[in-house]
Design a protein around this ligand. Structure first.
Ligand code: FAD
Length: 141
């Protein structure tokens, strides 16, 4: 069941740089949709995080409210692990930065980066990826 957490939503909006989406907001249905169209869950809050600080604020909010958390990267989980009925979605879509340290053969990939982004970023770099035919799943998820 979707819980009404209007006051907390306002507090979260004030504390976060990214957007906070509630059931009554325009775009809510798009924001809660995941790759598997059979999954139809209604979170109470969707926190579109743009930074690690936003993630910390969102998780703190969920803890304070006793809300279950789902973490969304690319939203590709077959079983819909990235959306939760009545809980809070930590949407990492704004965290897409991919930084490659070629000499060290190391990359730091944002939690919201999908394979399309990850495979494009490291120009002129040998970059073996585990991505197969699909470019939309999250690289980290
Ligand atoms: C049709 C299809 C094609 C695919 N093709 C590829 C491919 O080409 N290459 C590839 O590498 N993979 C592929 N996958 C698999 C995909 O990598 C995995 O499903 C991956 O987990 C998706 O990552 P995501 O960020 O999109 O997931 P999301 O759905 O965004 O989930 C994020 C991750 O966080 C986890 N999570 C959510 N909430 C919590 C919580 N509270 N605590 C802890 N963990 C949590 C979820 O279990 C999930 O692992 C494919 C999957 C499908 C269904």
């Amino acid at each position: 069941m979707t819980r009404i957490v209007g006051g907390r939503a306002e507090a979260l909006r004030a504390a976060m740089a990214g957007a906070v989406i509630c059931p009554q907001d325009p775009g809510y249905d798009e924001a809660r949709a995941v790759w598997n169209a059979d999954i139809d869950r209604r979170p109470s809050l969707i926190a579109r995080c743009g930074s690690a600080a936003d993630v910390a604020v969102a998780v703190g909010c969920a803890q304070a409210e006793g809300l279950e958390v789902a973490v969304r990267g690319g939203g590709h989980s077959m079983s819909g692990q990235s959306v939760v009925d009545g809980g809070l979605v930590v949407d990492l879509g704004g965290l897409r930065r991919v930084a490659v340290d070629a000499p060290a053969r190391r990359a730091r990939v944002g939690g919201g980066a999908c394979w399309r982004t990850s495979m494009r970023r490291p120009r002129r770099t040998v970059w073996p990826c585990r991505a197969e035919w699909s470019r939309t799943p999250g690289s980290v998820g």
